[in-house]
Design a protein around this ligand. Structure first.
Ligand code: CO
Length: 140
């Protein structure tokens, strides 16, 4: 069974990253590591490290992404929680075997080589859960 190593990040959906940074960076004092666009998911994210973890601000790039619909329905707020695992393929297979509903049956690959997949909130107390396997950890 795959090992859960840490909370990699907590993601917050926002309408406008620049406006949100006024609180998270300027007022709260977190440092902005980088901002990147993830075209596959239709979002732009800002990554603000906090110790071993991070806060991720997510802004939709268009009106038809899942995050745009989320903001429309609920407004800004906590969007998902991400756990870093040592073996994502193994984690997904294990969860599936246990009847957990997955959004991504197979991991997707991010720009920096990390693998990620989402677990459906229906199976996780109403929380959208993301799994990460960083590049350099066990490759599949
Ligand atoms: Co995330």
């Amino acid at each position: 069974m795959a090992k859960i190593k840490r909370v990699n990040h907590v993601a917050i959906a926002v309408k406008d990253i620049d406006a949100a940074l006024v609180f998270w960076r300027q007022k709260l004092g977190l440092e902005l590591d980088h901002i990147e666009e993830i075209a596959l998911e239709g979002v732009k994210i800002a990554f603000l490290p906090v110790g071993e973890s991070a806060i991720e601000l997510i802004e939709p790039l268009g009106d038809d992404s899942a995050v745009a619909r989320y903001l429309e329905k609920r407004g800004a707020g906590i969007h998902h929680l991400c756990f870093e695992v040592d073996d994502i393929e193994n984690a997904l297979a294990d969860l599936k075997a246990k009847g957990v509903q997955l959004i991504n049956q197979q991991p997707r690959r991010g720009k920096d080589g990390r693998l990620y997949a989402f677990i459906h909130p229906k199976s996780a107390s109403g929380v959208l859960v993301e799994l990460y396997q960083l590049a350099g950890d066990k490759e599949t």
